[in-house]
Design a protein around this ligand. Structure first.
Ligand SMILES: Nc1ncnc2c1ncn2[C@@H]1O[C@H](COP(=O)(O)OP(=O)(O)OP(=O)(O)O)[C@@H](O)[C@H]1O
Length: 284
């Protein structure tokens, strides 16, 4: 059974260094020498127009897609040659744009997230051997804590089919947190959410950084939200990094305005995205 040691609470997560990553699909270069660094314990956003290469980048980081060249280092580990389960075991957890939850309760889904940390084998668990039962109980307690942290405490035993969409997005996030990651990859965590749900999710994401000390790399089209919660922003366009810096630096960058933001973005309340925060190609 695959398991890993969870980092002590006070140790910072490893730095993630993407160095000249290149991915090609037939004639198309989806990532063209992309480099950026996610500093430990920060919220780092990856933004850009549709087709810029954000998902391809997430696929590289989670081991789903191989690079033609370049490297991705997470602490001492080189990720580009590793399969997804090995990358997950190193502490990189991912959520997906389109939620895929299994049937059953919130608890059932969160316990799936504990899978890589389970030491007892399937047989010992199935036979309910005492050690395995104790371990399952510990994992369930931890899953409940994570449910509380993500605002799902009251829903712990609710079937996920009965949850509103906003809570399902939270289950997706909570399940990833149940892997005790050091780096959380969030793929459009507020897509499809209403204003109040967006604000609540933004709070949870910053709490993941501030209370749990994790690094978060987030792909999100709600640039108003990104500019409020991110410590650093990397902007991709046609597979290349066109800007990399603080939200203030990036939103005033002429190349970013031309390719994505349209006009300089204002500080807007979360969920109330001004015109400038609408991706240029999606504007009416
Ligand atoms: N499996 C694939 N085969 C061929 N081309 C692909 C494949 N996956 C992505 N691409 C292309 O690579 C480029 C980058 O796509 P990617 O999905 O990474 O962009 P994105 O920034 O995530 O876009 P979006 O915001 O729409 O999700 C696009 O031109 C896309 O059409």
């Amino acid at each position: 059974m695959n398991h890993r040691t969870v980092r002590p609470a006070d140790a910072p997560p490893p730095v993630l260094v993407v160095d000249r990553a290149t991915v090609r699909f037939a004639g198309l270069t989806a990532l063209d020498g992309v480099s950026f660094t996610v500093a430990p314990g920060t919220v780092h956003a990856l933004i850009g127009p549709n087709g810029a290469g954000k998902s391809t980048c997430f696929n590289v980081l989670s081991g789903v897609r191989r690079t033609a060249s370049g490297s991705v280092r997470f602490g001492d580990a080189e990720l580009t040659a590793l399969p997804p389960h090995r990358i997950a075991a190193l502490g990189v957890a991912r959520t997906f744009q389109n939620i895929v939850l299994t049937r059953g309760t919130v608890a059932d889904n969160l316990m799936l997230g504990r899978h890589t940390l389970t030491r007892a084998g399937y047989a010992a668990t199935a036979l309910r051997l005492p050690g395995a039962v104790r371990e399952q109980r510990r994992h369930r307690e931890r899953a409940r804590e994570i449910a509380e942290f993500t605002g799902l405490g009251a829903r712990f035993d609710t079937p996920v089919d009965l949850l509103p969409y906003g809570d399902r997005k939270r289950v997706e996030l909570a399940r990833a947190l149940c892997m005790e990651p050091e780096l959380l990859l969030l793929d459009e965590p507020v897509a499809g959410l209403n204003t109040a749900e967006r604000a609540a999710m933004a709070e949870t994401v910053t709490a993941v950084r501030d209370a749990l000390g994790l690094s978060v790399l987030i792909v999100e089209h709600d640039t108003g939200l990104i500019m409020r919660i991110a410590d650093a922003v990397t902007v991709l366009d046609f597979g290349r990094v066109i800007a990399d810096g603080t939200p203030a630096q990036v939103r005033n960058d002429p190349a970013v305005i031309a390719a994505y933001l349209g006009t300089p973005a204002q500080d807007a309340p979360v969920g109330e995205t001004p015109v400038a925060d609408t991706p240029a190609e999606e504007a009416p």
